[in-house]
Each structure stands twice: as structure tokens, then as C-alpha cells.
Write a protein that binds this ligand. Structure first.
Ligand SMILES: Nc1ncnc2c1ncn2[C@@H]1O[C@H](COP(=O)(O)OP(=O)(O)OP(=O)(O)O)[C@@H](O)[C@H]1O
Length: 989
């Protein structure tokens, strides 16, 4: 018999003994009905239903949760709480009271009703449990082994889209868009073409003819006019010239000129004479292709390519056959240095680092250092001659015009260019190039600067070629006879007042003394330091040059570079010059024709952190609230690629490869109706199949149709409200990022180069060096990590003096980033962010005004992103990767690109997601495909790798590589060599 014991809150209840709801007993756990397993089973069976009903019942649920006002409660309501001795967590429930008509509690009826309720509830609960267990067994297949995330994703994707009026929050609660004016910045201008032709240079006539016939080039570009003679002189050169100004040809042409002149003619078995290192595979291919074209008249010169992703075996075979010029990425070259015996640099006399600032950054420093060291080691091993060492004849010889004339009868006259002599001699030439070769590279924040931290490179008396107007023209000073003529083309305005020199105050004199002491010290070392341009006698007053000095200065030494003292030297020099500027010294350089050009050039071009962009590119930015970013991007694409009658070609830069993958697929499906097309195609083919299978049994048909029906219940209805109907457009999409398979990467690059119109969505892998014709718009969907990255991205348009446009998306919180760019003399104009949305009317003509069209588009984007689990996980991955990227912006730009300012809920909308950020992060972290991005520069000489692969030389160099770990995280995968990763040691169980 079931006994009713009136429940009392005692000390025991505090310890866990509590009233059991179904049987009204007080015990720890009900032994028969509510066993733990039963409770769990019953709960599990009702999960999906609970979740489903959660959304619909939310409002009711919240209503029922409304607190009961205290005033309506009687003392009876607080029956068990009134006990003064009770302090604990157990909350007494209000027992059902039966109140008689006169208002008193009817105790007898309580007992009866309690008995009744026990009698009634006991069997009911049992039957509920049975039902739950039955449910569970029925749904076992469906929900078994599924996590909460899976179930919630199921529900998300199977929910039907809402029919009827769609209330969108797209234009609500957006922050105000600030309008910031433009500062009066005068951007630096560079002249692109000179008006001179290739025939004006001392080049082989076949080369000139080939340029005209194969490449259609006849007019010289500024950087070519300045750099080619200097390189032919055999000098070490640093070349800084704006993007798309023809730097590749500026070094490739003289290299071939020097090599073709070697007599007897070299052949491919003679060994690699020149090595060109570039940061990305695409750039390597592009450079290699240019060399192939340039060597056409000189068939005995063979260029070769070593870039990641290709089969190592094929590359080995190519190396075995022999090459004269090697173009490659650092990782791959290093790999072959370790594994391919036939790769030997014994005869390498020229090293070119294209995009040098990048190569000496991003952790590549080690790879470059390893290449430099290999060149030196191979050279030493090949030229080991004890007699040579005794004679100490290893020195660099720079031939001047006088020398060439006076030694007419000697063997030197047989060599047209000193560069040829370098190729057959024992010294080495180093050429560094970049559009952003600045002394204070943004990624270097130590006292060591970019140019002083050159991965073990030694540059002897380097010449700095800078083509921007108003800056010194170093190459002129090399050749006295040509000086005047060249100065006419590029006037130098270096101001210097000799008369006032004597009146310098004491401080300046002291500074001067320091410099002199430094010079003496250097002379005492009998060698020259890299970048100590003032030490180069040819660059200063001609009277001061004597033969002995030249001899001294030209002697190559092997002392370690004392970069910190160099840095002091530069500082003092700066101080001096500022002083001189303040004093308004107005004497022109013409008064001293060979003034300290080199020093001035280095001072103005290297110490100032100013960046130059082609004047033909119009630069703008749009401040777009987070929620509107995706629709605005679509609008710009439509405006540029569809509404533009000429047909536009554009590049969109995004932060991460997950973003590139997701956005390319999403936009392609929605804007071109790819998904609808595919679905229709599928339906049609299914129909055809069905017609063909009329002989199939009726039973089968019935079962299949029922299956179809159940599936279609969850399908997204693309025919939904006509207002939301989008017109499919003709746009060709391409994508490019570092994690794509090599073949696909090359194919995309090739296709996009050949395409007349289209849109390339990519990471920063396409930011440097790529020369894609007819790109007329560069869109930066995510702000770049530095001003130099901005320059290189924008530099993909407006190449070779063609017109171009660049646009950058900024959030209202990021708007001050423009000021940062202005500090670097980059000037951008703000555009009205509402204007591009008008283009969406072409996509959704039925929607009416632009904002309705935007809502229709956003709805469709969200529908697709939630159409199945694959889409959901892709979207969540893209979102999470972007959040991670954003929070890892380098410190120097973090004050403008601050992750704390982000509204993550709005950001989800920009990825066409509806979930709250926490749910998105949860989904992404549970996704097995989504690994935390790690640097994949597999062939870098990391310390741990050295331990695993003993024998590979460890190169001690500066710490610049590690300085930029964060930014390397963003794009490290772009520099993957394509080789399988090193085997990791398996942990013992
Ligand atoms: N003398 C010339 N006349 C006309 N076009 C030229 C000339 N020299 C080079 N070009 C063209 O200019 C374009 C840009 O050249 P290149 O890629 O060498 O530029 P770059 O300075 O290396 O650019 P980036 O800094 O972006 O790497 C190429 O399409 C090339 O064919």
C-alpha cells in the first residue's frame, strides 16, 4: 500500500533527500520508475522534438517564465520557506491547495485528492516511459551517435524557408557611416616611359629585335633605362620602382646580355650561371616564361624552373640535363640542394632576389640564407686553389670607361660588358628588387633594418636605383660622360650649400667627426660595408679618387658587417641633412656634378618610409557597415563585370583561404544561378531516367516516391516569393590560394590571364609580382596587414602605364586606417557606399528599389548557406578563420583594425549566417576539416627539422623571420613547396 507522507523540509532534504514528484515519497532516487537510465533514455528520445519546438514556442516559453508578482501571493504560498532553520538550495514547491467555498483549506479533500493523484499518475508515468523507450528504439537509427551539433544542423537545414513577407534586419541597427575628408597629400610620382628605345642601350641587336618581335616592346621604361647599364657594369644593385614598371625585364635583359657574350659559348652542362629567387610559384612561372622568350635568339642559354608543387623527379631530370639560368621559389631550391646532387652552384655568379623585402621577411630569411650559403660553399669548393690563396687574387674588379679604353689591346676589350667578366670570374653580383624596398620595412621592428639584415648577403658598393621623381639618380654617378645627358632626363634636386658648410654649429661638426672616424675605421678594415655608399669613391668628388683608393675600396673583404654601427651612421647622416635642410641651402647639384648621389639616394629613398603607386590608378575606399558587406561586394561585381559594357576584369583580395573557397562558391551559385541550373539539370535527368524505367515494379515506385516526398519536405524552395527571384547573370569566377593543388593553381592562373572578363577571388598569394593583363579593378574586401601589402595588391592593376582602379572595403570602426596610408603618401578618396547597391536592381528586377533588391539577395545567400550541412560548415569555417585573422593583425595596424570593435553577430550576417557567434565557433571547432592554420613552410630550416634531418647546414642569421610570425600565419600556406610533410613521430600509447 502506498503511504502518503506529508513532505517536510528538514535537514535531510538539504543533504539530498528530496521529494519524489511522481510518488510523493521522500527519498534519494525513486527505485522503480525514475531510474537514472530511464530518465536519460526518455530525455534523449525527446531531444529533437524539444529543439524543434523550441524556436516556435520561444515566445510562449518566455511568457510562462514571467515572474509571478509577489503581491498576489498569500502566506500559504510560502509555506515551506517560512521555516527559520532552513538554509539551503532545495526549493520547496507549492503544494496544490484545495480551498473550500468559505476560504479555508479542506484537509480531508487534500488527502483524497493526493491519493487519487497518486493512483492516476503512477500508471501514466510508466506508460510515458514506455512510450519514450519505444520512441528511442524507433529513432535509434536516425539519432544514434549524433551530437547535439549534428542534430541542430539537421534542424537548421531542414527548416522550410518562411513564406510570406520577409522581415529583414539588413538595414537596421547599422552603425553610422563616418565621412572623412581627404588630407592634402601629394603622392610620389614616377615616370614610367622614358621616350628612349632599347637600341639606345648597348644591347645585342638580336636581343633588341627579339624584344620587338616576341614581346612587342621597343620603348624603354624608366627603371630599365637606369638599371640595365648598372647591371651590365657588374655592380650589386638595389632596385626600387613602382609596381608594373618593368623591373623583371630590367634585370633579365642584362643577365642574358652578359651570358650570351661569353666566349667560347657556354652550354647547359657548364652549370648554373644565374639564380633568380621569387616568393611564389605563379611568379616563378611568369618569370621563367619571360626568360624563355628572351633567350630565343641565343639557343645555347637554357632557363629552368624549380617551383613547388611539381613532381620532384621531373625537376631532377631537368637539373641533370643542365641549366644556365635557374628560376625558383626558395623552398623548392633548398629542397633540391639537399636531395639533388646535380644541383650545383659552383659557377653561379649572379643572384637575383625579386620581391626582396618579402623574401627577407615571412620566415623566408632562413631559406634565402641557405641558398646564399650554398652558393658560397659550392664556389669555394670549386675554386679551391692554394696558389690562388697565396696570391690573394680574389677580388672584385669594376671596369671603368677609362680602363676599358686604356686597355684596348688587352683581353678586357674582348669583353663587351663587365658583367660577362663577372660570369667568367670569381666574384658574385647580387640584385635585389621590389616596389617597396624601404629601409624601415613594416615587419622589421628591431634596430636592425630590412636592408641591413640581408640573410647573410654581402653586397659590395651597392647602387640604389630609385625611379621616383625628386629622388637622386644613383646610376648616373657611375658614368661621368653620361651624367649630364641622363641628368637632363631625370633632374636631380639635391640641395647643398658649400659656402655655409663652414658655419655649421658645434653639434654638426661633432657629428661630422663621428662620420669621419667611422670612415677611417672602415678604411682600416680594408673593406667596404654593404650600403655604406659614401665609401664608394666613384660617387664622390672626382678629385678625391686616386688609384690607390680605388684599389683599396675595390678589394673585397670578408669582415662581418657591423650593422648597428651602420645604423648609427645613418642616424647621424640624417641629423646632418635635416640641419642642412633647415638652413635652406640652395645650391644645385650641377655645381658639383658628382656629389654624394649615392648617399643622397639612400637617404631619401631608403630612410623615408614613403610608398609609390602608379599615378594611373584611381584609389578609393568604401565604408560599409558589417551587415551590408556581402551584398555590397555582389553589387560591385555586378556593376563592374555585368553592367560595364566593355566587360571588366577584377581581382578581389580576401583574408583567408577558407573565405576564398566559401565566397567563390556562394557568389557563383547565387549570382550565376549555378545551383538552380544544376538542380534543374538533375531533375531533368531524373525525369528521363524515370521514363526509361517504366518497367520497374509499382512497389518500388511507391517506396521511392514516398522517399522523395520525405526528402523534398526539407528542400529549400528556390521558387519562393517572386520578389526574391534573382536573374542569373553571366559572370566567370576564378579562385586562387596557396592550399589549392598545384595543377589547379597553374590552370586558374593561366585561364584568368587569358580571360577577357571575370573575377578572381584570392588571398595575398596573388598580391606580388603577378602580371595579369587587362585587370581594371582591384578590390580589397579585407584590409591589408600593412601599407606595403596595400601597395602590392593595388599594383595588380594600372600596370605599364595602363589605367586602373582600386577600391578598399573598410568598416566604420576601421576608417582611420586611411590616415595610416596617408602617412605613407597614399591618397584615397571616399566613395558613397549606397551607390553601388543600385546595381543589384539588375539582379532582382522584381524587388523594386535597391534596398529591397539587397534584401532579396541576402535572403537568397542565407538560404543557400543554410541549405545543407556542407554549406553550413563551409560558412562557419570561413567566418571563424576571418575572426582569427582579424584578431591577429600585426600590432602596428591593430589600433585601426581592432578586433574588439567588431560586432560578431553582424559579422555572421556578412557570411550569410544566422547563428549566434558562439554557435558558429562551436561548429567550426568541431569540424574535423578545420585545423588551426599553421605555417606550412615545410622546407624552411627550422631548428626542429635540423634535428630530424641532420647534415643540413644551420645558418645563423638575424631574427627578422621570427619577428613576423603572426603575418606569416596568414599566408604561410602560400609558400608551401608542395612536397609531402616531414613524418612526425608517433606518440607511444
Ligand atoms: N619597355 C616596355 N614597354 C612596354 N611594356 C613593358 C616594357 N617592359 C615591361 N613591360 C610590361 O610591363 C608589365 C609589368 O612588368 P613587370 O611585371 O616586370 O613589372 P614589375 O615592376 O616587376 O611589377 P611588380 O612590382 O608588380 O612585380 C609587363 O606586362 C611587361 O610586359
Amino acid at each position: 500500500m502506498i503511504k502518503s507522507i506529508p513532505f517536510k523540509a528538514t535537514q535531510q532534504t538539504q543533504r539530498g533527500l528530496h521529494k519524489c514528484e511522481p510518488c510523493n515519497y521522500k527519498h534519494y532516487r525513486c527505485p522503480d520508475v525514475w531510474s537514472k537510465s530511464n530518465v536519460l533514455a526518455a530525455r534523449a528520445a525527446t531531444w529533437p522534438l524539444q529543439i524543434l519546438s523550441y524556436a516556435n514556442n520561444f515566445s510562449r516559453f518566455s511568457e510562462s517564465k514571467k515572474p509571478v508578482s509577489k503581491q498576489n501571493k498569500t502566506s500559504e504560498d510560502y509555506k515551506f520557506l517560512s521555516k527559520p532553520s532552513f538554509v539551503g538550495k532545495t526549493i520547496a514547491r507549492k503544494r496544490k491547495q484545495i480551498v473550500s467555498h468559505d476560504g479555508n483549506v479542506d484537509k480531508q479533500s487534500i488527502d483524497e485528492s493526493t491519493k487519487k493523484s497518486i493512483k492516476l499518475t503512477q500508471p501514466n508515468k510508466e506508460s510515458d516511459t514506455e512510450k519514450n523507450l519505444q520512441d528511442l528504439s524507433e529513432n535509434k537509427g536516425k539519432y544514434h551517435g549524433k551530437s547535439y551539433q549534428d542534430l541542430s544542423d539537421d534542424i537548421q537545414t531542414k527548416q522550410k524557408p518562411r513564406s510570406g513577407g520577409w522581415i529583414s534586419s539588413l538595414f537596421k541597427n547599422n552603425p553610422e557611416v563616418p565621412r572623412i575628408g581627404q588630407r592634402a597629400i601629394k603622392p610620389l610620382i614616377e615616370k614610367v616611359f622614358t621616350g628612349n628605345t632599347f637600341t639606345d642601350l648597348d644591347l645585342h641587336p638580336h636581343s633588341v629585335a627579339n624584344l620587338d618581335q616576341t614581346l612587342g616592346l621597343s620603348e624603354l621604361m624608366a627603371v630599365q633605362q637606369q638599371a640595365i647599364p648598372v647591371i651590365l657594369q657588374g655592380r650589386d644593385v638595389l632596385i626600387r620602382s613602382q609596381t608594373g614598371s618593368g623591373k623583371t625585364l630590367a634585370y633579365a635583359l642584362p643577365l642574358i646580355e652578359g651570358l650570351q657574350a661569353i666566349r667560347p659559348k657556354i652550354n647547359r652542362n657548364d652549370g648554373i650561371r644565374a639564380v633568380v629567387v621569387v616568393p611564389t610559384r605563379e611568379l616563378a612561372v611568369q618569370t621563367y616564361e619571360l626568360f624563355l622568350k628572351l633567350v630565343k635568339p641565343f639557343t645555347w642559354l637554357v632557363p629552368g624552373l624549380l617551383s613547388g608543387g611539381q613532381k620532384r623527379k621531373a625537376e631532377k631530370a631537368r637539373l641533370r640535363k643542365g641549366l644556365s639560368i635557374l628560376v625558383g621559389t626558395p623552398g623548392r631550391i633548398n629542397d633540391h640542394l639537399r636531395h639533388t646532387k646535380s644541383l650545383n652552384f659552383a659557377k653561379t655568379r649572379c643572384l637575383v632576389l625579386d620581391e626582396a623585402d618579402r623574401l627577407l621577411d615571412m620566415g623566408y630569411e632562413k631559406d634565402v640564407a641557405a641558398i646564399v650559403k650554398s652558393i658560397e660553399d659550392h664556389n669555394k669548393a670549386a675554386t679551391y686553389d692554394p696558389m690562388d690563396l697565396i696570391k690573394q687574387t680574389v677580388k672584385k674588379k669594376i671596369f671603368t670607361d677609362e680602363e676599358l679604353e686604356t686597355n684596348k689591346d688587352s683581353e678586357i676589350t674582348e669583353i663587351k660588358h663587365p658583367l660577362t667578366a663577372i660570369f667568367i670570374g670569381n666574384t658574385r653580383q647580387t640584385i635585389l628588387l621590389s616596389a617597396t624596398l624601404t629601409k624601415v620595412s613594416p615587419s622589421f621592428h628591431t634596430s636592425k633594418s630590412c636592408l641591413e639584415n640581408l640573410a647573410g648577403l654581402t653586397m659590395v658598393d651597392p647602387v640604389f636605383v630609385d625611379t621616383s621623381e625628386g629622388r637622386a639618380f644613383v646610376a648616373d654617378s657611375l658614368n661621368k660622360t653620361n651624367n649630364k645627358q641622363k641628368n637632363d632626363t631625370f633632374p636631380i634636386k639635391i640641395e647643398k650649400n658649400v659656402s655655409e658648410k663652414d658655419d655649421m654649429n658645434q653639434e654638426v661638426k661633432q657629428d661630422k667627426q663621428i662620420i669621419e672616424e667611422k670612415q677611417k675605421k672602415d678604411e682600416a678594415k680594408k673593406g667596404l660595408k654593404a650600403f655604406c655608399g659614401k665609401d664608394h669613391p666613384q660617387l664622390f668628388s672626382q678629385n678625391e679618387i686616386d688609384a690607390e683608393n680605388i684599389e683599396k675600396h675595390n678589394a673585397v673583404e670578408t669582415d662581418d658587417s657591423d650593422s648597428s654601427s651602420d645604423y648609427e651612421y645613418f642616424k647621424v647622416q640624417n641629423k646632418l641633412n635635416k640641419k642642412q635642410e633647415d638652413d635652406k641651402q640652395n645650391e644645385s647639384i650641377q655645381s658639383s656634378p658628382l656629389g654624394n648621389n649615392f648617399y643622397e639616394a639612400v637617404k631619401s629613398a631608403v630612410t623615408e618610409d614613403e610608398l609609390v603607386l602608379p599615378a594611373t590608378v584611381s584609389q578609393t575606399f568604401l565604408v560599409v557597415p558589417m551587415k551590408l558587406r556581402l551584398v555590397t561586394l555582389c553589387a560591385l561585381i555586378i556593376e563592374h563585370c555585368v553592367l560595364n559594357k566593355k566587360g571588366g576584369k577584377m581581382i578581389v583580395f580576401m583574408a583567408t583561404l577558407e573565405m576564398v573557397d566559401y565566397h567563390t562558391e556562394l557568389l557563383e551559385n547565387v549570382l550565376t544561378g549555378e545551383k538552380v541550373k544544376k538542380d534543374n539539370k538533375k531533375k531533368r535527368s531524373e525525369k528521363i531516367k524515370k521514363v526509361g524505367n517504366t518497367a520497374a515494379s509499382d512497389d518500388e515506385n511507391v517506396s521511392s516516391s514516398s522517399e522523395e516526398k520525405s526528402d523534398s519536405d526539407y528542400e529549400i524552395d528556390y521558387e519562393a516569393p517572386s520578389e526574391n527571384k534573382l536573374v542569373p547573370l553571366e559572370i566567370e569566377f576564378f579562385k586562387l590560394h596557396g592550399s589549392m593543388p598545384h595543377e589547379q593553381r597553374m590552370e586558374v592562373f593561366k585561364q584568368f590571364r587569358e580571360a577577357r572578363t571575370g573575377i578572381l577571388i584570392c588571398t595575398d598569394v596573388a598580391a606580388r609580382g603577378l602580371d595579369v593583363p587587362r585587370v581594371d579593378l582591384v578590390l580589397q574586401y579585407c584590409a591589408p596587414s600593412s601599407a606595403t601589402d596595400y601597395v602590392h595588391r593595388v599594383g595588380r592593376t594600372g600596370r605599364a602605364a595602363h589605367a586602373g582602379a582600386a577600391c578598399m572595403f573598410l568598416l566604420p570602426s576601421e576608417v582611420e586606417y586611411v590616415r595610416h596610408l596617408e602617412e605613407k603618401r597614399i591618397r584615397l578618396k571616399q566613395m558613397d557606399e549606397r551607390e553601388p547597391l543600385e546595381a543589384l536592381r539588375a539582379l532582382a528586377p522584381a524587388a523594386g528599389p535597391a534596398h529591397r533588391a539587397a534584401i532579396a539577395l541576402q535572403t537568397r545567400l542565407e538560404q543557400l548557406a543554410h541549405s545543407d550541412k556542407r554549406w553550413l560548415s563551409k560558412a562557419s569555417r570561413a567566418y571563424t578563420s576571418w575572426v582569427r585573422f582579424y584578431s591577429a593583425y600585426p600590432r602596428e595596424v591593430r589600433c585601426w583594425l581592432d578586433a574588439k570593435q567588431l560586432h560578431l553577430g553582424h559579422a555572421a550576417k556578412a557570411f550569410a549566417l544566422r547563428d549566434p557567434p558562439a554557435a558558429l565557433a562551436r561548429r567550426a571547432t568541431r569540424d574535423p576539416c578545420f585545423k588551426r592554420e599553421r605555417p606550412q613552410n615545410k622546407l624552411s630550416v627550422h631548428d626542429d627539422e635540423e634535428k630530424r634531418r641532420p647534415g643540413f647546414p644551420r645558418v645563423k642569421i638575424g631574427t627578422a623571420g621570427s619577428m613576423n610570425k603572426q603575418s606569416s600565419m596568414h599566408t604561410a600556406s602560400e609558400f608551401d613547396s608542395g612536397l609531402p610533410p616531414l613524418e612526425t613521430k608517433k606518440k607511444k600509447k
